[in-house]
Design a protein around this ligand. Structure first.
Ligand code: EPZ
Length: 423
């Protein structure tokens, strides 16, 4: 298993190009199942998660052409050869579960494994199933699989989500594109990736309106066509590098950044005393911090446009060095503080009480061996390591490879001393 060695205490200076959004790319790839024509996705991040989903799609009969390192992925679901998404594949990556709706819409039946829990929480799929069932599918949960049938096709439905789940909103939207009649999704999630998916679906001939608001309307059409779509930039990757620059200090400009989607993150950084110059038209964000100590800022994670749970760990890493005490409340997932004890190994002062973490800022962190159990937790350790004195070795970096494209190259390009070591 590869490790990352980081010699901290070095300010960062330079430019970092932001890749396509993982969490958008995954749903856009699934959308290829809805048409028998070619779908070409550009600006697609080459990550273990996107590669993994490409493998699942290939298992279902989708022709995938995506050379290693290429940022364009060609998908062609002219003929589907299977409607079974096996446990081994769905268990490893939850977004795989979203093939259920499109398979049902296209083939009238599907057999998809339940994803099970994961390191950050139980993460049930009841809201996904509620929506698909409302569209007229017969669902049986048996031996860990959802066996679904909609022999006469899916029909439009009115779904009022009790919680704005990102995955369930996207899943329902995908399935509704080919349903008979109108689907209305209320209390829908408003994450920017949902709007990106709607742009792609509409370019395929779907009729989706309201994506990005809490009410989405989808009028079903008989068939969708192929599309060329550019994946939106990754707001979580951009926020992560912004926090890395803020933690280590220096002067870093993010290129191809989704400025409009970064509101809560950039506000929190400004509140902490970081200079943030964002240019929406140019898609750039310049982060500057020279010498001055950060101020403590409390945040609570919320569905978009609130502070994203996917940046909570990174913000905690930053707050470990702030002047004062900050409180971070995690409202989305019930077990997303596993980075706290690892940050403590670097000298941070963090007490976790249920859904809240109380962080008393310290003046200096010191390098240590650490490891993490999920993607964003791992990168929070990288951020802390960049600011710490001495060497930190981050173990189990396969988590990082799930969601950060060329992380060590991008950081090294700004002067960070980061090297990957094979075990
Ligand atoms: C997406 O997960 C993202 N993943 C997550 O990113 C992100 O943290 C999350 O949205 C919230 O922003 C992808 O897009 C692939 P949810 P998702 O459904 O769709 C509960 C990362 O690090 N819930 O909005 O699974 C659920 O348990 C990942 O890139 C139900 O109870 O998130 C959670 O507590 C991690 N029943 C909350 O809702 C359901 O049927 C939010 O989940 C569905 C969800």
């Amino acid at each position: 298993m590869d490790k990352l060695s980081i010699q901290g205490g070095q300010p960062l200076s330079g430019r970092i190009p932001i890749s396509g959004a993982k969490n958008s790319a995954l749903k856009l790839m699934v959308a290829a199942l809805l048409t028998d024509q070619p779908v070409t996705l550009s600006n697609i991040p080459d990550l273990s998660d996107t590669r993994f989903l490409a493998q699942l799609l290939a298992t279902l009969g989708v022709e995938v052409y995506w050379p290693k390192g290429a940022s364009v992925c060609h998908l062609n679901a002219a003929t589907l050869t299977s409607t079974i998404a096996p446990y081994e594949q769905v268990r490893k990556m939850r977004a795989s579960f979203n093939v259920l709706g499109p398979l049902l819409a296209r083939e009238g039946h599907a057999n998809v494994s339940l994803p099970g829990g994961c390191a950050i929480g139980a993460r049930p799929v009841d809201l996904h199933l509620q929506a698909i069932e409302a569209m007229g599918a017969d669902l049986v949960v048996e031996a860990g699989y959802v066996k679904a049938a909609a022999i006469r096709g899916l029909k439009g439905a009115h779904v009022n989500f009790p919680f704005p789940s990102v995955g369930a909103t996207e899943h329902a939207m995908l399935a509704a594109t080919l349903a008979d009649g109108e689907t209305i999704l209320e209390n829908a999630a408003r994450e920017p990736e949902i709007a990106d998916l709607a742009v792609c679906l509409n370019a395929m001939g779907a009729k989706v309106s309201g994506a990005g608001t809490d009410t989405i309307r989808v009028t079903g059409v008989p068939a969708l066509s192929g599309v060329d779509h550019k994946v939106m930039p990754d707001r979580i990757e951009a926020g992560t590098y912004a926090m890395a620059a803020a933690a280590a200090g220096g002067d870093v400009t993010l290129d191809d950044a989704p400025v409009a989607a970064l509101g809560a993150c950039l506000s929190a950084l400004r509140e902490a005393g970081v200079q943030v110059d964002a240019d929406r038209a140019a898609g750039t964000v310049r982060i500057l911090r020279n010498g001055r100590r950060l101020e403590a800022v409390s945040i609570a994670t919320q569905p978009h446009p609130g502070f994203p749970t996917d940046l909570q760990a990174q913000f905690m890493a930053l707050m470990t060095l702030a002047d004062g005490t900050s409180i971070i409340r995690e409202n989305i997932f019930e077990n997303r503080f596993m980075h706290a004890p690892e940050l403590t190994r670097l000298g941070a002062d963090i007490a976790v009480r249920g859904p809240e973490a109380v962080i008393k800022g310290v003046e200096t962190l010191h390098g240590a061996p650490v490891m993490a159990t999920d993607l964003r937790a791992s990168v929070s350790l990288v951020i802390a390591a960049l600011a710490a004195q001495g060497e930190t070795v981050v173990n189990r970096i396969y988590h990082l490879d799930r969601g950060f494209e060329r992380l060590e190259d991008k950081l090294a390009g700004c002067g960070a001393r980061v090297t990957r070591q094979a075990d």
